[in-house]
Design a protein around this ligand. Sequence first.
Ligand SMILES: [Zn+2]
Length: 326
Amino acid sequence: MGNKNVVRLIGILTITLVLFAAWLVLFTGANASTMTAVTPVSSQAPTLAPTLIPTPIPVFSGDEAFAHVMQQMSIGPRIAGTDESREVEQYILGTLDAFVWNTEVQVFIYQGVECHNLIAKSGDGESPILIGAHYDTRRFADHDQENPDLPVPGANDGASGVAVLLELARVVDLSALGSDLWLVFFDAEDNGHIDGWEFIAGSSYFADSMEVTPSQVLIVDMIGDADQQIYIDNNSDPVLSVSLWDIAARLGYGSHFIASPKYSMLDDHTPFAALGIPAVDIIDFDYPYWHTTQDTVDKISSDSLERVGRVLEEYLESGGEYTGGQ
Ligand SMILES: [Zn+2]
């Protein structure tokens, strides 16, 4: 092989190598562009996925409600007109704001004390359903043998009803209800027969001053007892009571919602019943720690809160129709 031939061979080899290198670059380039073309499709796939996963429908959680009891108890007794009362007011309004409810504070003076009813409304329509609970606690534990001068902690008598309303505010499907819903947190319910106070001062003021009349009033009070037995109240609307206790039976709560009358309650439903509005008091009055210093969080259970909350949720989400004559 002559020098010329060697040079020619090197030339051919060089050209071959250059062509091969060019092909290689084109090939990997094409491959890379194929990759980038594929990548967006695979990265978009997860953002499409949620349409395939059903959105979970929130249902009333006893644990969530129980957390609201704990928060209230951490503040201390919530006696009308005190700093602790204002603190729990902020907690209630803040929670309702977070669940995107419109809130109002109704200020009134009772026995020289500034009291606040707290109201959340789903709308400004006529004939809303009102669900209420008192958030104040009693100044003195006058049923306590040892410490009748101490305040009532109010885990059940106060915090339990508020907790049910706040968890209901989170989960209730308003579109399933045939009307607006008001959640009302009454002040000054529980100082009756102390220094000339009456019971139910807050709900009485509310009922006397309302410009829109609720179609029904459902009160929850003292419903968190771990040993829960809720009888029908003699002073409640019988048709509304049967509707609610029927739902409880369907949900399997028949041993806790006992469908027979037992007590005759004076409670926050009373001023509304006096106006002829169908009103019911859902209350478990078999509570040995009533108006004692032993009304503490260890006496109540999330299961009890959940049963009451789910009965109310089911009632509202099945339309909330009052089936009696009006
Ligand atoms: Zn009480």
